[in-house]
Structures are given as C-alpha cells and as structure tokens.
Design a protein. Sequence first.
Length: 323
Amino acid sequence: MDLPDKRFRTADGAAIAEAARVLRLGGLVAFPTETVYGIGADATNGDAVARLFATKQRPRFNPLIVHVRSLLEAEEFGQFPSLARDLAERYWPGPLTLVVPRLSSCPVSLLACAGLDTIALRSPSHAVARALLDTAKLPIAAPSANVSGRVTATRAEHVRSDFGESLDLVLDGGPAPLGLESTVVGFEAGRPVILRPGAIPHENIAVVTGALEGGPNGKLRSPGQLKNHYAPRARVQMNAIAVTPEQALLAFGSDVPVGARETLNLSRTGDLREAAANLFTMLRALDERGVVEIAVMPIPEMGLGEAINDRLRRATAPRGPLP
Ligand code: TXA
Ligand code: MG
C-alpha cells in the first residue's frame, strides 16, 4: 500500500488549519478557488513571494492577485475609486479582480505587485479559499497553479503533476467550479478597462460601469504596456563592476566595489530569492534619494536571476519624461 502523501490532503478543517500554519511560516499552499486552483503565499512576506515566482518558473515577474476576505480588508491595501467599490459590492465574493492604486501604507510586498503602483485584489467565493483566508488571517498572493506556459489547473491532481514536490501543501477541494480565471478590471484616468477577460463576461461588468474599454473588440493590455508600469526616475546601469561617487549602487554578493554615494545590497550571500524579495523595495529606496544613476552589479542569469535581469533591462530602456 502507498503511504499517504502528507503534502496532498483533502481540504477538511484540519488540513485547512495546517495550510494556514504553513502560510504563516512562509510556505506555499495550493488551494481551490471558484475559478481555478491557485498557489498561495503570504502576500506580505517578500521571501515567500520570491519562492512562489521561482516555483512558477516565470521568466519575469508578473504581478500577482492578492486574495482578501472582503472589500473592507481590500481597502486597507488599495485606493478604491467609486466604480471599483460598486463592482466589488456587486461581484464579491466572486471571480472579479480589481486593479487599483496601492496605498502607501500597503503591507503587501512590492514583489507581489511586480513593483507597480497598483495592486490586484480579489475576494474569492470558494468555501475552501474563504476558510483559508479566515484561518490564516493574511492576504494571500496567488497566481493560477500551472507552470508558466502550461494549461491552467482546475483539479488538485493537475497541481500535483505540475509541481510535484515543490509545494508544501496541496488542498484538494474537488474540481474548480468555473474552470476559467477571474475577469481583471483596472482603471485608467478613473475609467474602467478590462485587462483580462475571464469568468465574469464583459456585459456583466458594463451593467455596473456603463461602456468600458477592453471588451470583445477592444485591445487587451498586458501589465508591461500599462502606463503606470514602475520605472525609476534615475538611469539604471546594469552589470556594473565599478562605481563613481555620483552613482548609487545596488550590490549583489560579498565582493562589492567601494566609492558609491549610497549602497544597498540585494543579497550579501548571493541568494537570488533574497535578491528578488529586495529588488523593487531597494530600487525605490535609492530612487527616492534622488540619485541620477543607479549602478547594479551583475546578477547571474539563472533561476530568479532571469526575472530580475528582465526587470532591470526594462528599467534601463529609454523613456519619455515621467508624470
Ligand atoms: O481566477 C484567478 O484570477 C486565479 C485565481 C487563483 O484567483 N488567479 C490568476 O492569477 O489567474 P495569475 O497570476 O495567473 O493572473 C493574474 C493576472 C495577470 O494577467 C496579471 O498581469 C494581472 O492579473 N495583474 C495582476 N496585478 C496587476 C496589476 N497591478 N496591473 C495589471 N494587471 C495585473
Ligand atoms: Mg495564470
């Protein structure tokens, strides 16, 4: 007889309590929602979120949806325009994600939001997801539980076959009822825009908001094209091995050149997960000190280093004046 796999459990009360404990300790838990299965991490824990990106094997940091219990809780993290509030009141809990400006007091790790000034929030209706949120008492960052580029997981067995041993716990709550991801709605200059079509049809959103962009004929937007995509004001120089006194240095590892105006170290031990967790916070911190140029030491192009370098390359891209 096979020994039962302790990491693959029917989502009963005891398993949910264990899952909540694992999340609080910074672990990764797959769980069902009404749309698809998600892989959750404590959204406020940058290291846990970095591990989540590593496990998803995403070549770049896509911003994650932060799952919350209610609109009241969501308003601790984001600034809800009145249309966003109307939509949440109509469709939450349920398969609707709202992208709104992050509050400056928002405790969610910047990595979960891929360094953006906005945050994607959703309050799921699935009983297991809700019980997990209630028990863990944490906002849970969770992308769909598929390896990047592979089909979305709507059953716990899909998650198991995609991720095998790399998760701490998989909660089996049966097939995800909708089998399609949530509809993502953002706001540009106060106007609603469908950023990703999903389980709530465009018409149902329009009932609340009136006409909106991004419907069946509208163009879809990926976060990389969003105007509010975070870019530092300072110029960014990658692969720096020496620095000038005018530059700020974003270091990596223990062999750090001296002489920069300011230095912050992504990871003294050269740990890419720690570096990912620190990336956006440190870029912002240096940028806020008003330096003209940020030099970044070489980051190995492996594991999470690929996503870190992707983000840095975009930060070096030429651009117009910022608002
Ligand atoms: O149904 C769902 O939404 C599932 C379940 C687990 O909740 N989650 C899901 O997550 O599909 P994911 O990571 O696979 O997709 C999240 C989508 C991506 O298209 C991402 O670009 C977008 O949400 N998104 C997240 N934060 C954003 C932001 N700040 N601005 C624009 N788009 C954002
Ligand atoms: Mg996905």
